[in-house]
Design a protein around this ligand. Structure first.
Ligand SMILES: Cc1cc2nc3c(=O)[nH]c(=O)nc-3n(C[C@H](O)[C@H](O)[C@H](O)COP(=O)(O)O)c2cc1C
Length: 309
């Protein structure tokens, strides 16, 4: 069995993963703590916490709440900032034999370009993941990823600033993900991550207030899986570049389903809050499924659910 995948086949550096199981941004910190307990080098790739130019303390608490089928979070992009990431985390990643992908997030076009330029050529960084589910402060707060032109502009900005391969992480908060996926591919993305959390809220009846201090947050976990599934199916039907699935992946079978919808790799997020060993368990289950079904490569089943025959 060969589970390896390439997330940037058109890029000179490529982005080869030994298997398709990745961690999802924000659910794994930067891997340092978990790396003390589990063997990260067994995974396909790790993805950092969303990184901004300046360090951020994030929102007040409570900023997470469990729901019937997942969780809502409003962390507010708490992170150490790009300089500290480069100085303290990247040297650790450099020693690890697993691709580390930095998830970046800007509030203006220029910030995306600055982040991409700062991380260009930094040892230990294999690729970038560009989160465009962020309010564009220059365009009245509409998310970059909700508008074809703004999304493409971010991608061009990043493409001009880095020689690294990069994934672009799409928002599910659009009527149709296909025009955005096409625009992002045309503008130069090497792969897509589909998709991010979905705006949501919870009310605490006892306090008669929203549970989350910030009011709203992003829903993730099993509740969002069917939404992400449709988005992966649709996005991968209109682009040539690899699509990485994100949303409610809890088991090896979830990965298989996303690959059948068209995904080349998958990210494990909320599942790690239930069990930090989730990415490794999911990988084992995926291998067991491949063995049981006599399937030898990801390509053999990728996108089969899209076939008309
Ligand atoms: C606590 C938490 C923090 C997150 N932080 C980020 C982030 O910083 N950047 C980002 O692109 N996505 C972030 N996400 C979204 C996840 O990476 C993932 O796309 C989403 O949760 C859906 O996958 P899941 O259902 O497996 O969790 C976060 C999710 C959670 C639950």
């Amino acid at each position: 069995m060969d589970l390896s995948v390439n997330l940037a086949p058109q890029h000179k550096l490529e982005l080869r993963l030994r298997n398709p199981v990745m961690t999802a941004s924000g659910t794994f910190s930067n891997g340092i703590e978990i790396g003390k307990h589990f063997d990260l080098e067994q995974l396909g790739a790790i993805v950092s916490k969303g990184t901004t130019i300046q360090p951020r303390r994030g929102n007040g608490t409570p900023r997470t709440v469990e729901t019937a089928a997942g969780m809502i979070n409003a962390i507010g992009f708490q992170n150490i900032g790009v300089s500290a990431l480069i100085n303290t985390i990247c040297p650790v990643w450099e020693r690890w034999n697993v691709p580390a992908i930095v998830n970046i997030m800007g509030y203006t076009l220029e910030e995306y370009g600055t982040l991409a330029a700062r991380l260009d050529g930094v040892p230990g960084v294999a690729a970038l993941e560009v989160n465009i589910s962020c309010p564009n402060v220059e365009a009245g707060g509409l998310e970059f990823g909700q508008d074809v032109h703004h999304a493409a502009a971010v991608v061009r900005e990043v493409a001009n600033a880095t020689s690294l391969p990069f994934l672009v992480k799409l928002t599910p908060s659009v009527a149709d993900v296909r025009p955005i996926a096409e625009a992002v591919e045309r503008a130069g993305a090497h792969a897509l991550t589909v998709s991010n959390t979905i705006p949501a809220m919870a009310i605490d009846a006892k306090r008669r207030r929203p549970v989350i201090a910030n009011g709203f947050g992003g829903l993730s976990g099993p509740a969002v899986k069917p939404i992400a599934m449709r988005n992966v199916f649709q996005a991968s039907s209109v682009v040539e570049i690899p699509v990485v699935a994100s949303g409610g992946i809890m088991t090896g079978l979830d990965c298989v389903e996303f690959i059948m919808a068209g995904a080349t790799a998958v990210q494990v997020g909320t599942a790690s809050f239930l069990d930090p060993a989730a990415p490794w368990n999911i990988l084992r289950e995926l291998e067991e499924w491949f063995t049981a079904e006599g399937v030898a490569t990801i390509e053999e089943i990728r996108g089969v659910a899209r076939r008309k025959d």
